[in-house]
Design a protein around this ligand. Structure first.
Ligand code: PRP
Length: 173
């Protein structure tokens, strides 16, 4: 297994996080914001992003998985669900990557069923060409080509999440 050179460096990531946080801070000024991280993948992006957002907010998480090694099973399993009340809040879902869109679509419907004041989605990476289900995205960090990437929370078989940058991953041949 090979992890290559950074596709996105730590500095590029930090700059993008600041830019997204600035937009979010303006859009949610004066509103009750509930930031929800979709774990495990969004752990790094979520914690960097919310620390740069300059409006008061509450946080919660949803833990979901659908990938087995490098392939989606198509079945989204929820291991932990959002506990915060959301009928009085504007919810921002924070995701690391949207690939087929299957995970986010199911989580989005789950949240909408609980009647938040509004729902927006922020994803660090968007692998648009792999999309199977259309999901509306409000804040996108980077659009990336169809390559398997790891680092900054993203994994292969639960490894490489701690890399401080995004790298293309390929199997050794
Ligand atoms: C990954 C990633 C997204 C989802 C995107 O999660 O974090 O949640 O897959 O893929 P999709 O758009 O094709 O559904 P994964 O199932 O690997 O769990 P993890 O967050 O624990 O890594």
């Amino acid at each position: 297994m090979i992890v290559g050179k950074p596709l996105l460096t730590t500095r590029e990531i930090q700059e993008k996080v600041k830019e997204l946080a600035g937009r979010i801070s303006m859009d949610y000024a004066g509103k009750e914001l509930l930031a929800v991280g979709i774990l495990k993948g969004a752990c790094m992006f979520f914690s960097d992003l919310v620390r740069s957002v300059e409006v008061p907010l509450t946080i919660d998480f949803i833990v979901a998985s659908s990938y087995v090694k490098m392939d989606t099973s198509g079945e989204v399993r929820i291991h932990y669900d959002i506990r915060e009340e959301m009928s009085d809040k504007h919810v921002l879902l924070i995701e690391d990557i949207v690939d087929t869109g299957i995970t986010l679509n199911q989580i989005r419907e789950r949240v909408l069923a609980r009647g938040p004041k509004s729902l927006r989605i922020c994803t660090f990476l968007d692998k648009k060409e792999r999309r199977v289900v259309d999901v509306p995205l409000d804040y996108i960090g980077f659009e990336i080509p169809n390559m398997f990437v790891v680092g900054y929370g993203l994994d292969c078989d639960n490894k490489f999440r701690n890399l401080p940058y995004i790298s293309v991953f390929r199997k050794k041949t």
